[in-house]
Design a protein around this ligand. Structure first.
Ligand code: SAH
Length: 251
């Protein structure tokens, strides 16, 4: 059996209980060495065969899985954050399915949640934004034209931009082309929940300069939107005058 497991954003204790249990029982571990905290390896049992997928191709990963399954071994494929976000798991799952190999997926804490926790921020504030856009700039992986940052920016929603910290001049231009003001609050969160986490509070117009000043070029999320500012309305749910299924509001 193959299980894709989300390792969480960084800190090794941010994996789920289910993920840790599987990790402890795994006979084979294939982990994404470029971003997964190596501390997770400490939890594998003696004799667990460990592969770092950073220097493997898709075919090599599948080969290791196929051989392991043939031996009746349990295999964990450890991905950073949550595997459903830029995890390249679909292509692995489809190849396994073609070979008739069973697999399952255990979710993880994505780095956009880790970054919000680091900032003590809430993406969805009443009267500010009720939508979170998870996206990226186009790099070597193309992004459909209709999802260009300038088009998404029109919504003025809360945004978490992955895989883009080396392209901040362009990101900033596109955000402003879409309608964000130069002084819209923004944050750069480098290695959220890792020991060397770094948080930079800035504004859309100063994103690139702020990253340069702090020497940040990778492993960072760019968060943008007025949810990082000071103004919002209180929630209805906890308003004393608001009644709902579980609580009678005061007149
Ligand atoms: N599946 C992962 C994302 C993988 S793509 C998840 O759910 O988080 C890799 C990108 O994720 C990086 O370029 C960076 O933008 C972001 N990222 C991953 N871990 C991060 C962390 N601890 N802090 C900030 N950004 C992170």
């Amino acid at each position: 059996m193959v299980t894709f497991v989300g390792a969480g954003p960084g800190a090794a204790d941010l994996i789920t209980v289910r993920g840790r249990n599987l990790l402890e029982k795994a006979d084979i571990l294939i982990y994404a060495g470029s971003l997964v905290n190596a501390e997770h390896l400490k939890y594998t049992k003696q004799g667990c065969r460990i592969y770092n997928s950073a220097n493997m191709t898709l075919e090599q990963v599948i080969e290791v899985m196929e051989a392991g399954v043939a031996e009746g071994l349990s295999i964990v494929r450890l991905h950073t954050g949550d595997p459903s976000i830029y995890g390249a798991i679909r292509e692995q799952m489809d190849l396994l399915a073609e070979k008739g190999i069973e697999y399952s997926v255990v979710p993880g804490v994505s780095s956009f949640c880790g970054a919000a926790a680091a900032l003590k921020a809430e993406f969805t504030l009443p009267q500010v934004s009720q939508t979170v856009i998870l996206t990226r700039m186009e790099g070597r992986t193309p992004v459909p034209e209709r999802e260009a940052i300038s088009k998404l920016a029109v919504h003025q929603a809360s945004m978490a931009v992955f895989l883009s910290s080396s392209m901040l001049d362009r990101l900033c231009e596109e955000l402003m082309a879409g309608g964000y003001k130069t002084d819209t609050p923004a944050a750069i969160v480098y290695k959220a929940t890792w020991e060397d986490e770094k948080i930079v509070h800035t504004r859309v117009g100063e994103l690139a300069a702020a990253a340069r000043e702090n020497g940040i070029r990778k492993t960072a999320l760019i968060l943008v939107g007025d949810f990082l500012g000071g103004e919002y309305d209180r929630s209805k749910l906890y308003d004393p005058s608001f009644s709902h299924e579980f609580r009678e509001g005061a007149e």
